[in-house]
Design a protein around this ligand. Structure first.
Ligand code: FES
Length: 345
């Protein structure tokens, strides 16, 4: 479109707007949308908006009456707000301020709402839209330009691309390091054995030997093999609960006739469920309780689990009393201590 045609369109638009302002309600002026805004390649003029279009008419049947009502509401609203200001200025009175402010805001709000609902064009308004797609040749030219540009960019950055690929590869390898190195040293046979040996003397965590006279019936004590109370991993696996369930020898299972001298019974303290310390001896029921998930073990029956998720008994440590009255182990545990791993080992 030429410059002169554009100027003519703008002039026509100005005239149409001027005539609408002069007598919009009385006459049905037509507003032409200037062709200067047409997209390239679009033929013909845009749709025409007419002031007598029903969509542009106010909703109110009698707009002047609605206008008067709205004006009254706005005036009342203004007076209400002004009254609030006056009362406040005079020193304030909560109830009056509330009334004035409430009435003022309500009336102004009502006026605004009514204005929008009854005096504004009711619509709905739909703007027709021309196709926005570019002509086919333009689109093909753009697509091939993008492809060519991409090829050029990557060709020029081939060296960096190689470096990037190498970097990602090295990163991937290095990312595997924690999986290998963070597993720590191999456990060896630590998970299969403890430090309890034939003749190990039972001692407290402070290294004090335990004699056959130390516990009353119903008492309990956590014990360790002598010489292994300083190392934390040793303490964790060797910990053993010693209970005195009676004054005479106790046989918990066939084959364990000599394991419970003078009513002393010793079981691994490492729970066979998830490895928590089985710390509570209940004398009344002769049970050991694991506090983690409430597994209960029968002390007089080889510590078989009678309640809870523990899948197998606590291993029992065979005891004997030496010539000096010290409690000692006849041997180490006859099975691995602790939870599920041991059932598969
Ligand atoms: S760890 Fe003992 S019951 Fe779960």
């Amino acid at each position: 479109m030429s410059d002169s045609a554009g100027l003519e369109d703008q002039e026509a638009s100005r005239q149409a707007v001027a005539s609408r302002g002069a007598g919009a309600e009385a006459t049905a002026q037509v507003v032409e949308v200037p062709g200067a805004h047409e997209p390239a390649g679009v033929q013909g003029s845009l749709p025409v908006a007419s002031l007598d279009d029903p969509h542009l008419q106010p909703y109110a049947k009698d707009p002047r009456r609605a206008e008067r009502l709205i004006a009254v509401m706005l005036v009342i609203g203004i007076l209400g707000v002004a009254g609030y200001g006056a009362v406040y200025w005079q020193g304030g009175q909560n109830q009056l301020e509330g009334i004035f402010l409430g009435v003022g805001l309500f009336c102004i709000g009502f006026g605004l709402s009514a204005w929008g609902k009854y005096l504004m064009p009711q619509g709905p308004f739909v703007e027709e839209r021309h196709p926005l797609a570019s002509p086919e040749p333009d689109r093909q030219a753009m697509a091939s330009a993008v492809v060519d540009r991409g090829k050029m960019v990557f060709r020029r950055r081939g060296f960096l691309g190689t470096l990037l690929g190498g970097g990602m590869g090295v990163f991937g390898i290095v990312a595997l390091f924690p999986l290998v190195r963070s597993l720590g040293p191999k456990p060896g046979d630590q998970l299969d054995t403890t430090n309890w040996r034939k003749g190990s003397r039972l001692v407290t965590i402070h290294g004090r030997p335990v004699s056959v006279h130390d516990l009353e019936v119903g008492g309990s004590l956590t014990v360790f093999p002598e010489g292994y109370t300083d190392n934390e991993p040793d303490v964790a696996t060797d910990q053993t609960i010693l209970v005195r369930a009676a004054a005479t020898d106790i046989v918990t299972e066939p084959g364990r006739e000599t394991w419970g001298p003078s009513g002393y019974l010793a079981y691994s303290k490492v729970c066979t469920h998830a490895g928590c310390p089985v710390g509570l001896y209940m004398e009344q029921t002769q049970q050991l309780l694991c506090p983690c998930h409430q597994s209960l073990f029968d002390v007089l029956d080889g510590a078989v689990p009678v309640f809870g998720p523990a899948p197998r008994p606590l291993p029992q440590l065979p005891l004997y009393v030496d010539a000096h009255g010290w409690l000692r182990a006849q041997a180490g545990y006859d099975q691995p201590i602790g939870p599920g791993f041991w059932e598969r080992s």
